[in-house]
Design a binder for this molecule. Structure first.
Ligand SMILES: [Zn+2]
Length: 79
């Protein structure tokens, strides 16, 4: 339930394909990264990638945002 347990679990055994490259999220470091989706900016489109730690932070932010959105809409979080 704590932040420490959600941010540190390993993701190497899931079905997603990790590659080596620059993290496009918060740390901007080079290492194992996962394709997250496409982004369009300045008239161009490219894929964006994130490292394990930054993806964990992004997923936390998504959970918070969805929980807040659902609570505003009257849905109870299902965990
Ligand atoms: Zn990162």
């Amino acid at each position: 339930m704590s932040e420490a347990t959600t941010g540190t679990r390993t993701r190497r055994h899931d079905h997603r394909v990790w590659t080596s490259g620059i993290c496009w999220l918060y740390c901007r470091q080079t290492g194992p990264v996962l394709w997250l989706g496409s982004v369009a900016a300045a008239g161009l489109e490219t894929g964006i990638y994130g490292c394990e730690m930054c993806i964990a932070e992004l997923e936390h932010m998504v959970r918070v945002a969805v929980t807040e959105r659902d609570s505003r809409n009257g849905y109870a979080p299902t965990g």
